[in-house]
Design a protein around this ligand. Sequence first.
Ligand code: GLU
Length: 377
Amino acid sequence: MMSRKAPALADFRRIVVKVGSSLLVDASAGRVNEGWLAALADDIAALHGEKRDILVVSSGAIALGRAVLRLPPGPLKLEDSQAAAAVGQIALARTWAEALGRHGITAGQILVTLGDTEERRRYLNARSTIDKLLEWRSVPVINENDTVATNEIRFGDNDRLAARVATMVSADLLVLLSDIDGLYDAPPDGNAGAKLIPLVERVTPEIEAMAGTSGSELSRGGMVTKIEAAKIATTGGIHMVIASGRIEHPLRAIADGATCTWFLTPANPVTARKKWIAGSLEPKGTLVIDAGAVAALRRGTSLLPVGVIKVEGAFTRGDAVIVRGPDGAEIGRGLVAYDAEDAEKIRGKSSADVLLILGIEGRAEMVHRDDLVLGHA
Ligand code: GLU
């Protein structure tokens, strides 16, 4: 098998950067590591200035809440951490707003629960909001909504949350800034022979074994959830890198070729996401479109209501549907942005009419191009 090379940071257009609590919060002093954050914000601003979309997944709500409330050290009960997060999230959001604001970048706070990423309808809603922020050139700052998350229905770690967010927004890179600079073939602490793996082409059982079991999670820098995140990201068409956040300017360091571990997605991002749409969902309905729309889709545009001539099936927003041409031939498949009833009301209508008919400002597209995969024809 031909071995692949580690990509360069400059190759990516939409990057999710996950920042862990231990980097952001100085637990002993009970405050944010301002200098470190300012340097990270410089790096983010540099990428943002190069027209890249940047999203931040930031932990630290519980750690900051603890500090503000002067809670004693040691593990917290769920309700204690929920209440601590309620206090700390305010400080966390302000911290990011200020750090990015110094570069003239507007931060937007998004708090998500597991349900928001698992349920397709809510997933699409969250994605629309994030898309809008990115369109406005804001940097979304995302965390789990810890105050309402219960033990059974929570991520609990921001590694997997960040991977889900990355797939949600069709990012092409997920950066996990960590207190360790990558994945080692053996626990690195007190083991001089442990070697860092620079490139993982596939998350094999052997790679998973290197992360250890959750029992040893702390001693290995939370590697178990990072490998879980790598699986989510790479099967979703996203490259991932674990890099040290223990240095100033950690993103610049990656760009300069710092030691880190890259996890490569087997396919290019769009293909993998589209494979998921094409292959793993059961179509719930059909949209028949006119010849003009067929030509437009082949040019890479989204499917607008105006091009739809017939709506069949009982689907809800976010369901997979088959798109057919006027002659009935399958053009492709995609995730529809409207329920069947609304789709029927707005088919053939201009985007301006859609607003009048539905009385709400929905998405202009019937199927967004990111959610559409065309067959070979
Ligand atoms: N959501 C948690 C917080 O903001 C952190 C989870 C994690 O550290 O992975 O405090």
